[in-house]
Design a protein around this ligand. Structure first.
Ligand code: 5GP
Length: 177
């Protein structure tokens, strides 16, 4: 499991990890937020309306779920269980509240926290993405402070400064190096 504030570069690092280690299966989450430009339903996320998401919650269809910056996000349970049953390494890329739920249901799962080299750099990256409104940016920055304060709960913290270095450290922490 990889957690870290919005804009820290989780997406980029996870994409590189999957390229280098195709045995890893990345869970595709469900969300109620709108797709960003280029995001494909069923590939980046399963984009759901809130009532459909809530129905899935009520049916126990999520391994974990949480509200983040005004939208709901959840990990569909059946696909994770099927891949674990096959013996595939499963990777979740989720925010703090979900990470805490998974910690309770899968205490043996390895939980890594990805941190930015500094808060100013994080803000620069979130703004640089150009994908979010000023209000959404403010909510993400506020949430980032909460997440950074919880880094100590994780099995290891990897700082995403230089990309290759961070990737190597992640691989080491995941037992892939
Ligand atoms: P974004 O909207 O930028 O794609 O994601 C916002 C946050 O939601 C990120 O921190 C991301 O890791 C988290 N997230 C994505 N999918 C899930 C999920 O299934 N469950 C939880 N708890 N968080 C998720």
């Amino acid at each position: 499991m990889i957690t870290g504030p919005s804009g820290v570069g989780k997406g980029t690092l996870v994409a590189l990890l999957l390229e280098r280690h195709p045995q890893i299966w990345l869970s595709v989450s469900a969300t109620t937020r709108q797709p960003r430009a280029g995001e494909i339903d069923g590939q980046h996320y399963f984009f759901l309306e809130r009532p459909a998401f809530e129905r899935q919650v009520a049916e126990g269809g999520f391994l974990e779920w949480a509200e983040f910056a005004g939208h709901l996000y959840g990990t569909p349970r059946p696909a994770v269980e099927a891949h674990l049953a096959e013996g595939r390494p499963v990777l979740l890329e989720i925010e703090l509240e979900g990470a805490r739920q998974v910690r309770r249901s899968f205490p043996s799962g390895r939980q890594l926290f990805l941190a930015p080299p500094g808060f100013e750099e994080l803000e620069r990256r979130i703004r640089g993405r150009g994908a979010d409104s000023e209000e959404a940016i403010a909510r993400r920055l506020e949430r980032a402070r909460v997440e950074l304060a919880a880094a100590g709960e994780f099995d290891a913290v990897v700082v995403n400064g230089e990309l290759e270095t961070a990737l190597g450290e992640l691989e080491g922490q995941m037992g892939l190096a």
